[in-house]
Design a protein around this ligand. Structure first.
Ligand SMILES: Cc1cc2nc3c(=O)[nH]c(=O)nc-3n(C[C@H](O)[C@H](O)[C@H](O)COP(=O)(O)O)c2cc1C
Length: 451
């Protein structure tokens, strides 16, 4: 039987310090050039050389002001601040690639759905069906205040709002224009057949709309839907909507359990277990030999900032670690931010010292250090023994960490038959699921198509 193929996204953000904090100070790191087009077009070409399935672009609305109750460290270490708009990067990258997919994070809490629907349809047109959306609802009160609110909604209510938002978007993307609506018939002077364009009405608990979608159908109609967040309510949301789920890796047994739970809920929602592709975040420091990889890690470590990693984590779960001594027990409490992350930290009784030790390269993600064979072993173990489908690979020193991975790990995985040797044709959705460009009839969105 053919081996399961590993899916791979590069994980990045339109900012300097993304996940592996402090490494922007490394002499060979070029992330300070994030605000130039060349930085992104070169990255896109590099990733396509490595046959990456996608570039997953994180985003945040708000600033990290929980640690020491200020943005001092955030500004000094560029902890996701400054942060530019992710969506505007995509057309430039799409112009220099043919296959790379783009998963763009957009926080629905602050985007009117009617306008957002048009922006994503435009992106799907311009990329010829390579657009994906990472659906987030935000976790920062600083973002809510910046948008004129007192604080963000309660955790589960944010997901209720998201359900309503998605329903409205499905109506626009799937239900407003039939495929046959667009005739482009110059001789008959009919661009579109009005009988096949439907007026959408939505009277939801959070959103109301009466109108027509502004765009003709794009290749995928609904962009590929990603979701990150695995609280109980988050899993429920993902089981209904998500085609790709980004989870934070815990130990392998717990992750295996989570993966099984998510797939079970997808099946209960009328979908197939394999309709959701599950990705974990990792970093890799790779060398020609184990010793070379270790040397590289030690070099990177000189520049990394574990404290910046801690400040990032503080805002992710809403706990100011600066109030605690190194070995004090931390009161994790009920988080209104990323509940799944808070729960894992509480279950492992992580003190400030333990967190700093884990965040040695400035990141909370597992970091694989080794030669190609040992890194490939570990990746295969996550896929074959734990049941995830692939990885969101964060950058350490960029672009060399992506280049090392492509030059060393990818050929090793290809030799083992675990990674494609060429792209499949078609849209991002078709590449991931081999079932065409559109969402399958068993997905919730299909219920909003014209009968
Ligand atoms: C691995 C991971 C990556 C995430 N990336 C983002 C992001 O880029 N932007 C964002 O606003 N929220 C991000 N989130 C937050 C979630 O999308 C979600 O809004 C919040 O974490 C609630 O998750 P929960 O269901 O686990 O509590 C991320 C969460 C996880 C676990």
């Amino acid at each position: 039987m053919a081996k399961k193929q590993i899916l791979l996204n590069a994980f990045n953000m339109n900012c300097v310090g993304h996940i592996n904090h402090g490494l922007w100070t490394h002499p060979r790191d070029n992330s300070v050039d994030y605000n130039t087009l060349g930085y992104w077009t070169e990255l896109a070409k590099t990733l396509e050389r490595g046959l990456f399935d996608g570039l997953f672009i994180a985003d945040i609305i708000g600033v990290y002001d929980v640690y020491q109750q200020s943005i001092d460290l955030t500004a000094r270490e560029a902890i996701q601040l400054p942060v530019n708009d992710p969506l505007l990067l995509v057309p430039a990258m799409a112009a220099v690639t043919q296959h790379l997919g783009f998963g763009v994070t957009s926080n629905l809490s602050y985007e009117p759905p009617y306008l957002f629907a048009r922006r994503m349809s435009t992106l799907d047109h311009l990329t010829a069906g390579r657009a994906g959306w990472n659906i987030v609802t935000g976790y920062l009160d600083s973002g809510a205040r910046a948008m004129g609110l007192q604080a963000q909604d309660a955790h589960d209510q944010r997901y209720d709002r998201a359900d309503d938002y998605l329903e409205l978007l499905y109506k626009l993307w799937e239900g407003s224009w039939e495929d046959e609506a667009v005739r482009r018939d110059k001789a008959a002077r009919v661009f579109a057949d009005v009988s096949r364009i439907h007026r959408i009405s939505h009277q939801g608990p959070f959103y109301q709309l009466d109108g027509y979608h502004l765009c003709e159908p794009s290749r995928q109609r609904t962009p590929v839907l990603f979701q990150a967040g695995s609280s109980d309510r988050g899993q429920q949301f993902a089981a209904r909507h998500a085609e790709g789920i980004f989870i934070a890796a815990q130990d392998k047994d717990k992750t295996r359990q989570l993966v099984a739970d998510i797939r079970r809920q997808a099946v209960a929602a009328g979908r197939r277990a394999e309709d959701v592709k599950i990705f974990i975040g990792i970093a890799a420091v790779v060398g020609q030999t184990q010793a070379e990889a270790q040397e590289k890690f030690d070099d990177y470590w000189q520049y990394a900032s574990a404290e910046a990693g801690l400040a990032h984590f503080a805002s992710s779960i809403g706990v100011d670690f600066s109030r605690y001594g190194l070995d004090d027990p931390i009161e994790y409490g009920g988080s209104n931010a990323i509940q799944s992350a808070a729960k894992t930290a509480a279950a492992n009784q992580l003190t400030r010292r333990k967190l700093l030790e884990r965040f040695r390269l400035g990141s909370r993600y597992p970091t694989l250090v080794g030669d190609a064979a040992s890194v490939a072993d570990e990746l295969e173990s996550w896929v074959n023994e734990v049941g995830v489908d692939g990885f969101n690979l964060s950058r350490t020193v960029t672009p060399e960490s992506y280049e090392d991975f492509i030059d060393l790990v990818i050929p090793e995985l290809q030799n083992r038959g675990s990674y494609k040797t060429a792209y499949a044709e078609g849209s991002l959705r078709h590449k991931l699921f081999a079932e065409g460009d559109r969402l399958p009839a068993r997905h919730a969105a299909a219920g909003y198509r014209p009968r």
